[in-house]
Write a protein that binds this ligand. Sequence first.
Ligand code: ADP
Length: 476
Amino acid sequence: MADTAIPAQNAPETLDESLKASLIKPSRGPMKILICSSELEPFAKTGGLADVTAALCKRLARAGHEVKLFLPKFKSVYQTGVRGKMSSDSLEIAFNGSSLPLRWEIYRDKANGFEVVFVVNDDLFHRESMYQDPQTGLDYQDNDTRFFFFCRAALEIAKSLDWRPDIIHANDWQSALVVSLHKTCYADDPFFQNTRSLLTIHNAAYQGVFDKTSLAKLGDWAANQETARAMTHRGKMNFLKSAIHYADIVNTVSERYAVEIQSSPEYGFGLEGALRQRNADLFGALNGVDYEIWDPAVDTLIPYQYSVNDISGKSKNKLSLQRELKLTEDTRPPMIGMISRLTEQKGIDLFLEIAEDILSLDVQMVALGEGGREYVASLRELEKQFPNNFRALIGFDNRMAHTIEAASDMYLMPSRYEPCGLNQLYSLRYGTAPIVRETGGLADTISEYDPATGEGIGFVFKNYSSDELLEAMCRG
Ligand code: ADP
């Protein structure tokens, strides 16, 4: 493995221009934009959705739009705490055959110019984790009720505030029903007459699939045949599919992924037909990166700041991480970083197939992640086998995620599929060469480095094969 010398300044400046351009027609002027998301950095995060939601709200607000971001008040929101004053209010809404109290709190993010509306219902949202019971690793059984309530709440709160959105933006299945409700339950409501909707699919594999009986919980408006057909897929209630049907436009987070999810079940997870039906209204727009957070020159979570134009400061971060993790303190061997949900999507199995080959070389590697129990066990086993040059950090640790980006020479992302991917983009900014599989957003953002011409910004392999991965890593 050679010392990687890909120029860090090859990192793209901003990547959210296309999404902005698609949402903002200059002639329309400022708009009221209601964004529903189940994740928002720093309040609630399991992955990239949190980063992207925060970055998007900030950019739209700075472009002059009035943005309200709706987020369930999860336990993590209480833990993070909100700096500054919040206003709050409540009402009762008819829900699931009875009436439920709905409370909300509004926090104005003054620095970034948008409002966060926390939807409060402790029975539904104040739980150990956001989507799954950590004891069993299984989804909460009432996720249908929880996220239906969230979507209904967003529309009711907008009405109660007399705030008429021009755009409703749903993100993934957890907020998908806000779009479906708008077109069905609220179809005749003059309040939303001039409102248009956008669904962004950040990951088509997660769809919010529930037993058909869930449909009855939605109320009378969902009882007619046409609505029921739109809300179901293969005999099950499917939140994401319903929004694919009802949204005015649908987008996803890279152009390649927009094509992939329509092409085969491997990417569309059964929704490829429904997505093809919306082909004319479906487009890809790459996620943006917030370089006020993910830039080693301003990153307060890393021990030593350095500039993207002079990555010599990386070695101090490398030594510091080696010391912290009790790895051999030596700047010479390349350090490979990996920060990932431990799921099949992320290509962990592919890495495990060749891990012994890689770790037998003169390299160090740090993997940070949480998720699948069998992956956790394999990574721990690997650490026992390679105590001097491999660390498996199990858990969610934002400081460590930043530190690994700053300390590593290379970043590994061998995904089976990848809607956009953020860490390969962060890596570019941190002067960390990404090693990626050519899929989705990874294909759209990383090109193979050519030592002869100096073109290219990473190491890319095509097929989901451990041999190809090994070759790419050795090129690095
Ligand atoms: P996905 O959303 O599919 O998980 P992305 O690459 O789009 O993947 O975004 C991942 C985001 O989550 C990045 O900000 C990454 O740093 C963060 N992340 C993932 N796993 C962890 C972890 N275990 N600890 C801290 N941050 C994590």
